[in-house]
Design a protein around this ligand. Structure first.
Ligand SMILES: *[C@@H]1O[C@H](CO)[C@@H](O)[C@H](O)[C@H]1NC(C)=O
Ligand SMILES: *[C@@H]1O[C@H](CO)[C@@H](O)[C@H](O)[C@H]1NC(C)=O
Ligand SMILES: *[C@@H]1O[C@H](CO)[C@@H](O)[C@H](O)[C@H]1NC(C)=O
Ligand SMILES: *[C@@H]1O[C@H](CO)[C@@H](O)[C@H](O)[C@H]1NC(C)=O
Length: 420
């Protein structure tokens, strides 16, 4: 599934990004003389390859005029009628007319442009399929008018200084598949409907979103979902299990999540990364996590979890990093001890007697002084899959396959553009 998504994106991007060649091949019939002459560039004196480019010309020029900083001198290239040659702009053929030439893609990644707003620009590019603007300094809010971008497939506004609420206009953009608004200052709530949209990638990390996780989260079709470094509160909804056939990587780390873990996490059979580190989660680990047969990274470090570490989880052969650092676990069985030895499982700063680098007896005692329990206690031992044969008898640790494929979502935790 995930691979297909990546292929789809790649194929689509290839189509778009190969388009400048097509564009250059078109005889534009333009005399570039006027550009070099001292005559002012008046749009109707220029020849455009397509009527739709003529309409976009003044929009780009108006945007150019509000750019306050352009450290790489990008906008110097935004002159004349050949829009397909402007740095950052890529021409292509729109889905509705295969003889037309339009601005199909914009890639401003890393240009460092400063502008007080994208209004009047982004929302006025009706044929745009891809807008990538990672690591610029665009400020202001996102206009509801971006809903006009009927072909928009990838929207990357990451690492800017955008403010306001979540850009709800994206909810009506049915062709959108990739939404990346991480590293901005969006605040308020993420509309629950975003999880019902057919997105493959949803990156919301490093904003100021503050709300309980909505029940709709399980309806997400995203394979990659990052909610890290916000102020999400409340428990992880049981509905998460409904994402069982799609969700590959989910980052919930550094939020304010509370409550006990739902056994439904163990239904996420496609999960490769599940990271809920540094929250306020409590209770035992559900044994069902031992059903995650593809899991490579499982992180619950920095929570308030306790009890025995389920042996079923430690038997999962695909795990390469299982961190329970900084919790209140009290015991480990033989399978997990093997994992500690092979440095896959980190249990430092817990309450496990006899192991090194544990909390003090006083600290553990004061934690357990407060009565703690979870509802549905039997759900913590429920295994929603066939139990794997234990390797205990032969004493050999499971063979760990460290896959060559790189994990996608952790890259989203750095400000830079993603290389998918
Ligand atoms: C398609 O685009 C071409 C080039 O701009 C134009 O001449 C033609 O009229 C358009 N066709 C339709 C059906 O709009
Ligand atoms: C971004 O823009 C704001 C306001 O226009 C300005 O104060 C700030 O210095 C800019 N930051 C960078 C890194 O250019
Ligand atoms: C998987 O999710 C679907 C909904 O997406 C749900 O109908 C189904 O019951 C789930 N399967 C399991 C085993 O939970
Ligand atoms: C394992 O995960 C923890 C928690 O995210 C991280 O701090 C640590 O660096 C990771 N270890 C390795 C070897 O990747």
């Amino acid at each position: 599934m995930g691979i297909n998504i990546i292929h789809t994106i790649f194929f689509f991007s290839l189509l778009i990004f190969s388009s400048p060649i097509t564009c250059l091949d078109i005889d534009l019939g333009i005399d570039l003389g006027p550009i070099l002459s001292p005559l002012p560039l008046i749009p109707d004196l220029l020849n455009f390859a397509d009527q739709r480019l003529a309409i976009i010309y003044p929009i780009i020029q108006t945007f150019k005029n509000i750019i306050t900083s352009d450290p790489l001198g990008i906008t110097k290239t935004w002159v004349g009628s050949d829009l397909c040659k402007y740095a950052g702009f890529y021409c292509g053929t729109p889905p509705d007319n295969d003889t037309a030439t339009v601005i199909a893609s914009i890639d401003f990644n890393g240009f460092g442009l400063s502008a007080p707003t994208l209004d009047g620009f982004l929302d006025q590019l009706p044929d745009l399929a891809i807008f990538h603007a990672n690591s610029n300094n665009f400020t202001g809010t996102i206009s509801p008018k971006i809903a006009n971008l009927r072909y928009l497939f990838e929207l990357d506004l990451s690492n800017n200084n955008l403010v306001g609420t979540f850009p709800t206009a994206v909810l009506s953009m049915t062709s959108l598949s990739f939404l990346d608004i991480r590293f901005n200052s969006f605040a308020g709530v993420v509309p629950p409907h975003i999880f019902m949209q057919t997105l493959d990638f949803l990156f919301l990390n490093d904003n100021n979103f503050a709300q309980t996780l909505p029940q709709t989260i399980g309806s997400t079709s995203a394979a990659y979902l990052t909610l890290a470094n916000n102020m999400f509160t409340g428990p992880i909804p049981r509905s998460i299990g409904n994402a069982n056939s799609t969700l590959r990587e989910i980052l919930l780390l550094n939020n304010l999540l509370t409550g006990c873990l739902p056994y439904e996490l163990g239904l996420l059979k496609e999960a490769v990364v599940f990271d809920a580190g540094n929250n306020l989660l409590t209770g035992p680990l559900p044994c069902s996590l031992g059903c995650l047969r593809k899991i490579e990274v499982l992180n619950f470090a920095g929570n308030l979890l306790y009890g025995k570490i389920p042996e079923q989880i430690c038997a999962v052969g695909s795990l390469v990093n299982f961190s329970l650092f900084d919790n209140y676990f009290t015991s480990v069985g033989p399978e997990c001890r093997k994992m500690i030895k092979s440095r896959v499982l980190d249990v430092r700063k817990n309450c496990i007697r006899g192991l090194p680098e544990q909390r003090s007896a006083e600290e553990c005692a004061s934690f357990f002084l407060k009565p703690r329990s979870c509802s549905h206690p039997s759900s913590f031992t429920f295994m929603p899959c066939e139990v794997q044969p234990s390797s205990e008898s032969d004493g050999d640790p499971p063979v760990r396959r460290r896959t060559k494929r790189k994990l996608v979502s952790y890259a989203a935790l750095s400000r830079h553009r993603l290389m998918l």
